[in-house]
Design a protein around this ligand. Sequence first.
Ligand code: FAD
Ligand code: MLT
Ligand code: ZN
Length: 466
Amino acid sequence: MRLVDSLRAVVGPSRALTDPDLRATYETDWTGRFHGVAAAVVRPSTVEEVVAVLLACGEVGAAVVPQGGNTGLVGGSVPRAAAPSSARGSPRPQVILSTPGIRDLEAVDEVAGEVTVGAGVTLSALQRHARHSGWDFGVDMGSRDSATVGGMVATNAGGVNVLRYGVMRQQLVGIEAVLADGTIIRRLPGLVKDNTGYALGSLLAGSEGTLAVVTRARLRLVPHLPHRTVALIALDDAGQAAEFAAHVRRRLSTITAAELFDHDGMQLVLRHAGGEPPFRASHPRYLLIECGAAADPTDELVEVIAGLPSRDAIVATDEGGRHRLWKLRESHTESVNAAGVPHKVDVAVPVGRIGEFDLAVRDVIRRADPDARTFVYGHVGDGNLHVNVLGPDPDDETVDDAVLELAIRSGGAVSAEHGIGVAKVRWLVADRGEPDVAAMRAIKRALDPRDLLNPGVLFAISPGRG
Ligand code: FAD
Ligand code: MLT
Ligand code: ZN
């Protein structure tokens, strides 16, 4: 049977899309920088259907590109522009395995403070579900309405609350996933302590669809915080922002977020998303701090802010005011995208070197492309900066290389929370070193010897596989 016919036989014709118009939104990534052609987009809704899809693809050696909400920013969720080739050198078909149909939400386990959900559940649906029971979920980010639990596990998503609750891997207490050969691995009892063998869920967190298709996750929940206060602080530079955030973290256990953006980013957001400037004057850098607690944290936050040097500061306690301040930070991604196809370079930097990096990175970009426009924002509390560059051609990697080289030279990492995808494959060895990458390749070969799952992501495409 032809591949497309086999896929139709598994999920039915309405969930195996081959029409180019219907495939289009699945074939291009959120930034518009990465795209490729799929033989089909297949939308299973159960783990059994995922198994059957993988077997059908395996039969003909087709590459499988797992996709959740397609909000990833490193090109890993869409087909490769240059399709991987078979042992005989002919291009292998690429199939997008789209998971949003796997969206079962089990009842919250109110005693354990845990929940089991399907991979296709969006972050905002998970948040609503948890809050309904007085709990909340520990990872939050601007893509919440589209990003899925499966994609968040696969990218080991970070977001704005990492300094309080950690990254996605730290929320995982169980996993169900399908390996390339159709084997289901499942460990979902919800045991906080479980040292029975290798932690496969932890391995899959950050594996970017290269080792298995995640179908369900058991997640820990955190207490819902009914009182929140947001402050926006105007500062001279990013180093001052990192120190300011560190002071607040030391003094206040209620801190949930410490976010940085710059003057140019704020102007871009105001032009694109609208809204009033928060201060009369302009300032070089802005730090957004949020505290959340069972009781109102405003007084303690105001007291700490008043004791620290800043150019200006405002505090919002009501929902509208908090939303206006958060919008200034969260609208950066869409505002940058609206201004052109961005080079998005997500890096980790030692927190103590944020100030120095923020200045140096603008310098290396200017030298690489004097006409480029640079916007630096991110999660300053955990040393994660997003360097966004507009201007250079999408295929010109000069600025990306300059930023990534600087990140490594500064003791940082070439990916903090977005992953390697296809965008940073060339930098994996430079960052991790040969022995680490050899160990990663050995794991990949053991679990997916035919390179069926997301070839070209994380590692360069191996010629003649499949
Ligand atoms: P996709 O984009 O569909 O896929 C991402 C990767 O995961 C791909 O490699 C794909 O193959 C793989 N994958 C997807 N589903 C599965 C599955 N079920 N099994 C196996 N592999 C799978 N990221 C952050 O970390 N922090 C942020 O603060 C943040 N903010 C963002 C804000 C905006 C506005 C946008 C557009 C993106 C943001 N992101 C952020 C990036 C993105 O939302 C995350 O990487 C998210 O985790 C991706 O989820 P997704 O469901 O969209 O996955
Ligand atoms: C963010 O923190 O806003 C996201 O990671 C998305 C981005 O880098 O633009
Ligand atoms: Zn981020």
